[in-house]
Design a protein around this ligand. Structure first.
Ligand SMILES: NC(=O)c1ccc[n+]([C@@H]2O[C@H](COP(=O)([O-])OP(=O)(O)OC[C@H]3O[C@@H](n4cnc5c(N)ncnc54)[C@H](O)[C@@H]3O)[C@@H](O)[C@H]2O)c1
Length: 434
């Protein structure tokens, strides 16, 4: 199959490279010239484990190419994917569909012969209808089908998720489009990956329902963690005790500083808006959004309390800035709420992140970015763990203690054991554990 991928971000680049690896011929398109130029030179615009090798292999085999101009790729494509961003619209929290609509217009102008237009971007219910209308307006005689195929990959494990997904969801009533999608995902069929064929609107809603459910689950365990602190229970054992129940499941039960990232915050908000507009509010999700926002704010107070209340003139070493490990993505990371609050309370912050510092520098003014994790704790009155990168788990804690001014550790990801930390002489605070 010949594939054009419009939008070469986290989703477009990973999906494009994986489809090429499945044996299809893929052109990834992006209007960001610098990004395309770097990709042609073999430089990845994002940090994602294994991506550089996957891209290099498929470029060498002639199956993967990059372009700023969609004309050739779209004209020759069996399937054109829309994988552009759908950020929160400023002011009202609705998904901003301007990039999706612009991509649809471009496709309409260029497509040639039967073309399957596949929405991979996360879009509100009804967006497929809008895309169809836009294309139909420009090309009343066009032979095309608009399909919803939401993406569930996780940054940091994106390639494995794409190649071994729990399921593939395809929303279409068009038999020819169904065949094209079946052919595109053939290697997954052979692996017996469940394929959920459904209506387009249902498919669009599945993506939001999945993300909202996960956001609710995280927020639930975060509230239980607070309760554990109040009553002297251990949230990790509560999570294990409930997670072993198959109806609940053990994933997404790690208490922390509140969810962030490029998807959950905007997708929960967009679902709330869609539901309100449809006259069928999702109050559980509304509450989740509010509780999570409050939680990020509460984390700075928790750090302040662990440091004795007064932060003026205190130096805080922060380890981890990205919203989760194994990505350089800083979108909606809890660090973007917590660090400015600490600064506002008078603290001086020095920070280190293995992959996120390039992005973080533009977003966190006034922070001293350290050359390494040990440099970040030098002379610090407290160490705060914000992201659970593996290298922080394997830290030489005795060396850390010698470098710090005061041995205070606030671990918002529960990566150390409380008893072990206390035995080493740290004043140790974590989430939901005695
Ligand atoms: N990041 C994730 O983990 C993830 C997971 C699942 C789904 N999604 C969804 O996938 C979509 C894309 O997310 P992302 O994180 O990859 O976004 P991103 O911001 O990393 O990438 C989007 C890219 O699209 C490009 N673009 C925008 N309009 C274009 C146009 N008309 N022509 C060519 N290029 C254009 C931008 O320059 C940018 O490079 C979103 O809807 C998101 O919700 C993201």
């Amino acid at each position: 199959m010949r594939v054009a991928m419009i939008g070469t971000g986290y989703v477009g680049l990973v999906s494009g490279a994986c489809f090429a690896d499945f044996g299809h011929t893929v052109c990834c398109i992006d209007k960001d010239e610098g990004k395309i130029q770097r990709l042609r030179e073999g430089v990845m615009p994002i940090y994602e484990p294994g991506l550089d090798q996957l891209v290099a292999n498929n470029v060498r085999e002639g199956r993967l190419s990059f372009d700023t101009d969609p004309a050739n790729a779209v004209r020759n494509a069996d399937a054109v994917f829309i994988a552009v961003g759908t950020p929160s619209r400023r002011g009202d929290g609705h998904a901003d569909l301007s990039y999706v609509h612009a991509a649809a217009e471009e496709i309409a102008r260029l497509m040639n012969g039967f073309t399957v237009v596949v929405t991979k971007s996360t879009v509100p219910v009804g967006t497929g209808d809008e895309i169809e209308e836009i294309i139909r307006k420009t090309r009343p005689d066009g032979d095309f089908a608009v399909v919803s195929n939401p993406e569930f990959l996780r940054e940091g494990a994106a390639i494995d998720d794409f190649k071994h997904p729990d399921r593939v969801v395809v929303g279409t009533d068009d038999e020819r489009a169904r065949q094209v999608l079946t052919e595109l995902y053939r290697p997954l069929f052979l692996n017996e990956t469940p394929m959920v064929f459904t209506g387009r609107r249902t498919s669009e809603l599945i993506k939001y329902a999945a993300n909202a459910f996960l956001a609710v689950k995280i927020t639930f365990i975060n509230e239980i963690a607070d309760l554990c602190e109040a009553v002297g229970a251990d949230v990790q054992q509560v999570a294990r005790g409930i997670g072993l129940d198959n109806r609940i499941g053990s994933k997404f039960l790690h208490a922390g500083p509140g969810y962030g990232g490029s998807c959950f915050p905007k997708d929960t908000l967009a679902l709330v808006r869609t539901a309100t507009d449809a006259g069928s509010p999702v109050e559980l999700v509304e509450t989740t959004v509010r509780v999570n926002d409050q939680r990020k704010k509460a984390m700075a107070r928790k750090i302040g309390t662990a440091m004795g209340g007064e932060l003026k003139g205190k130096r805080i070493g922060v380890l981890g800035l990205t919203f989760k490990p194994n990505t350089d993505d800083m979108r909606e990371a809890p660090s973007l709420d917590i660090i400015p609050s600490l600064q506002a309370m008078g603290a001086e912050v020095q920070a280190f992140d293995p992959e996120g510092m390039h992005e973080a520098k533009a977003l966190l003014p006034g922070v001293n970015f350290a050359a390494g994790p040990y440099e970040a704790v030098e002379g610090a009155d407290a160490l705060v763990i914000l992201t659970e990168w593996d290298q922080f788990r394997a830290f030489d804690l005795d060396r850390v203690k010698l470098l710090m001014r005061r041995p205070v550790v606030i671990d918002l990801r529960n990566i150390y054991r409380p008893a072990d930390m206390r035995a080493r002489g740290f004043a140790y605070t974590s989430i939901g554990r005695p």
